[in-house]
Write a protein that binds this ligand. Structure first.
Ligand SMILES: [Ca+2]
Length: 441
């Protein structure tokens, strides 16, 4: 709708409201009500007299946003033309694209509080996921037999991803992927990433691997049962049910086969697990390990790290990193290279842990032993607290990068150094000791 359209629509809306108020004033039998209605009309008239300014201001903002988007579409057309796309893409497909405001809001949304690890896992690795997941394993036994043989990815991982991405296909997303991706491509923050995804989506359309009508997905452009982005679709899609077409929305077989192929191609080690929950000895030598860094499994053995049943770790030539998602008072994990494969799918350690833990449960394990025995001892910290801790660490020379409120590798490293310097348990976690020691500094 253009500006004139907006104004006309708004004026007709006002007239209808006024007419409604006016008619109710005269049809109403109660005098008191009439008086109220009279004042309501007055209020409306006063509001109306203020409206031109307000409406104009609003229209101007929308216009600016629309102009930006139109300019962005012109750039997209140029880019698509220079990449050799047909006029169907440059005129029809791009021509029909429109921005979705909600996508930007969702993309900018930041939680006030960081979920604790326990909260995160409990919300995702649920009894429902385990029960339905186990049924899916039974129902699709032959498919998983085949996928394991062909791609070397154990079935419980495929079902775990499926459960976590879309609750086994229940929530595949209903937004227009073209509009979502275009909205994000035309936003300055991650423009190049989403522009490339959009161009790859054009390739999928141009080569008739997908039709425009199919393209529903998440607000960030992830599609189908396993929530693939266009680039992953383009590179790894497999027609698992051999009907001549890859349909990751309707064909569970196509979606799961594509996921198995993807994990295989990005380096899944078929004979290895993702990692394991471990027991640290009392007074573990935190000064002897850095986080987000691999060491031979033997090294952890020499530091007294054990399996949860207190038996020694296996003799196996593998690299591992130690991860304490809620510090030394919470569970401890050794992460193996497959964990990084999971993180290629989604770059979040908590997400990757939920994939691993759900996979374990689907394969019959009891789940996280620590959470069954212990209560949460750490309270969630707020994003604001974390940001201020990061800038305090920066000013003391423990470099965390630009404060963002996220507990990432740099922050872990900086907190660990700060803890070592202040004779605290060097677990890299922003616990109450860290906050209070910093405040006393
Ligand atoms: Ca197919």
């Amino acid at each position: 709708m253009n500006i004139v359209g907006y104004r006309l629509a708004f004026i007709s809306f006002l007239i209808s409201v006024l007419a409604k108020e006016y008619s109710s004033m005269y049809s109403s039998k109660s005098f008191v009500k009439n008086i109220h209605s009279f004042f309501n009309v007055r209020k409306l008239i006063i509001v109306c007299s203020l409206l031109p300014v307000f409406v104009n201001a609003k229209i101007d903002n929308t216009t600016i946003a629309n102009e930006d988007f139109l300019q962005c579409k012109v750039n997209l057309v140029e880019r698509a033309e220079s990449s050799g796309f047909s006029s169907y893409i440059t005129e029809t497909v791009i021509g029909n694209i429109s921005p979705i405001k909600r996508v930007i809001a969702l993309d900018k949304k930041q939680p006030e509080f960081t979920q604790t690890f326990e909260q995160y896992i409990k919300a995702r690795v649920t009894d429902y996921h385990v029960r339905v997941g186990k049924n899916k394993l039974k129902q699709n036994k032959e498919l998983f037999d085949r996928l394991e043989k062909q791609y070397g990815v154990p079935r419980q991982y495929l079902v775990s991803f499926w459960g976590l991405e879309t609750v086994f296909g229940k929530h595949k997303g209903k937004m227009s992927v073209l509009n979502s991706l275009a909205t994000l491509a035309c936003d300055e923050r991650r423009s190049e990433f989403f522009t490339l995804e959009l161009l790859n989506l054009f390739t999928l359309i141009e080569t008739e691997q997908v039709s425009v009508e199919q393209l529903q997905g998440s607000w960030a452009g992830a599609m189908g049962h396993m929530q693939f982005m266009p680039t992953a679709f383009l590179k790894y899609a497999i027609d698992g049910d051999n009907d001549g077409k890859v349909d990751i929305w309707k064909s569970e077989i196509d979606a799961l086969t594509t996921a198995a192929n993807y994990l295989n191609q990005i380096g899944w080690q078929s004979k290895e697990r993702w990692g394991r929950e471990v027991k640290l000895p009392e007074n573990f030598a935190f000064d002897k390990i850095a986080f987000d860094q691999y060491y031979p499994l033997d090294y952890f053995k020499s530091l007294g790290v054990k399996k949860m049943n207190k038996q020694s770790l296996p003799i196996y030539d593998i690299q591992a990193e130690l991860y304490l998602p809620s510090g030394h008072k919470g569970p401890a994990f050794l992460l193996y290279p497959n964990f990084n494969v999971i993180m290629t799918w989604n770059l979040s350690k908590s997400y990757a842990l939920s994939v691993g833990l759900l996979a374990n449960k689907l394969a019959g394990a009891k789940g996280l032993e620590f959470l069954q025995k212990e209560q949460t001892k750490e309270k969630p910290y707020s994003v604001a607290q974390m940001k201020s801790l990061q800038s305090q660490l920066n000013s003391l020379g423990f470099e965390t990068g630009k404060p963002d409120g996220i507990w990432g590798p740099k922050s872990r490293q900086a907190i660990r150094s700060f803890q070592l310097k202040n004779q605290l348990v060097a677990d890299g976690y922003p616990n109450t000791d860290v906050f209070s020691t910093m405040d006393a500094n």
